[in-house]
Write a protein that binds this ligand. Sequence first.
Ligand SMILES: Nc1ncnc2c1ncn2[C@@H]1O[C@H](COP(=O)(O)OP(=O)(O)OP(=O)(O)O)[C@@H](O)[C@H]1O
Length: 589
Amino acid sequence: MNFQRMLPGLAGIIVLALIPVLPVPPFWITLLNNIGLASLVTIGLVLLTGLGGLTSFGQAAFCGFGAYTTAVLSTGYGISPWLTLPLSLIVGAVVALPLGLITVRLSGHFLPLGTIAWGLALYYLFGKIDLLGRYDGISGIPPVEFAGYRFLSDGSIYYLIWFFVIAVAIGARNLLDSRIGRGIRALRGGGQAAEAFGVNIVRAKLTVFVLAGVVAALSGWLYAHMQRSVNPTPFGLGMGIEYLLMAVVGGAGYVWGAIFGASIVLVLKELLQRFLPDIIGTTANFEMIVFGCLLVVILQLARDGLWPFVLRLMPERRERVIPASGHKLAKRTLAPAGSPLIKVEKARKAFGGLVAVNDVSFEVRAGQIVGLIGPNGAGKSTTFNLITGIASLTGGSVFYQGQPLTGDSPRQIARHGIARTFQHAKILPDMSVLENVALGAHLRGSAGVFRSFFRLERDEEATLLAEAAYQLDRVGLGQYRDRPAGDLALGQIRILEIARALAADPTVLLLDEPAAGLRHGEKQELSVLLRKLHEEGVGVLLVEHDMGFVMGLVDHLVVLDFGTLIADGNPADVRKHPAVIAAYLGGTA
Ligand SMILES: Nc1ncnc2c1ncn2[C@@H]1O[C@H](COP(=O)(O)OP(=O)(O)OP(=O)(O)O)[C@@H](O)[C@H]1O
């Protein structure tokens, strides 16, 4: 642990703990309670929107489910608030699950529109149900009690609220700093690379959706026992928008930024409500206009919110130390050299009238480097996408060790040990180089959300990070381990993608233009690495335009032109093939 870095956090916790015993006006304690409640919802939004890329305007409704569950059970059935707590969270999760199943499949602007729709619908639902007291709501909710002590005053429930805020923030940080968290953070980049390494994208989205719903329900439970009464007003769309504003102001990608954002928005709201009427001379919700302007300014000038400015004031993060682990990563047994790994049989892909891959057949064997070449638009990347399940076959089949892969998702295909790089590198620029590579080892770990949230998977995580560090050293990027991947040059990013693919312990490596953007020396180093893999028995399929690089490296060449295979064989024969010379190699052959 880096004590220096923890110092501001510890100081913050001590100050928080002392506030109620200091001579602070009660009004500020109430405000801090409200900030705590809003922070919980906003932390959920950071996971959901900032990191998962799923914009939601409807989070306030989940607070409603938490609040109404405890209100009904504690007033109507006399159930103790401590028992209604898990029930409130379960209701939050149970509602979030089907809503999530529908919502996470939406894309583009349909996703936020979907959340607005159910946010509105649930608000009106709360106001129409007799059991929930319709628009009047439910009052007489008992306070939380602990060992005879009643959390009645604002100063006492303050501790309960902030205990949960800090616990949830630490848990959320733990989760993000884990195998599952890497999958969640990869969602914002579209998730294609993560899926190619076995991350279940739909499950990752649902996980953040349900988690965000559960922490909002927790906030609702606390709210109900703080206010001791509930009605639909705080669970409407207006609050949903305000929570989103808090996440944006703080910085939607930062867990601690959520608390910061909630503080700024609620303090500002308080000040505006107090002083604006005096300035303008009339009372109305003018703070909403100021918030609208604030949102526009933040989105224009500080897209990542204000938390990064605070982070700059913190001590520098030291190099990440990867602790030793007793855990051992399982390694795949490679097939004997020469045995068929990938078999592409009459593969066909049509995009409307354009046949991008036209009944192409070839094989990649264990310990073989196969080059897939052809002029621009010949169908090489599409062939890669057919093998890895990113594109679906229009006709024909792809087999792995005799087993058909047709219809399998990229995630299922990754499980066989088929790892790839992308023509347009797909890295997560804000994540460290090490974490980007560790994403490749996703399927070699098994820790789930619960273990990650409570940091019970450190041993396994250390092994995954050690594997990533090993692969980075292997490709010569070890010194960049702790840098954000976005800082690397294009050539280095391509190498990083190879390290990520190696972290998957592949039996087959599919490299899409790995040498593009590499300097001469780097290309040589890459050749050495690929030869070593070839000797170990890994099968390599390589798309490359650099003929010098390809000819000196591959055992077998497959040449495509306009989607059709025009030649395949050993490089010496293929380069003499008249169709190849005419179509592609020309003078360079
Ligand atoms: N998603 C798509 N929708 C429609 N057409 C596509 C799609 N993807 C590829 N194509 C078309 O299919 C053909 C083959 O493209 P592909 O990217 O596979 O070629 P390539 O050999 O990898 O080319 P390059 O060397 O330029 O990367 C091209 O004409 C391309 O425009």
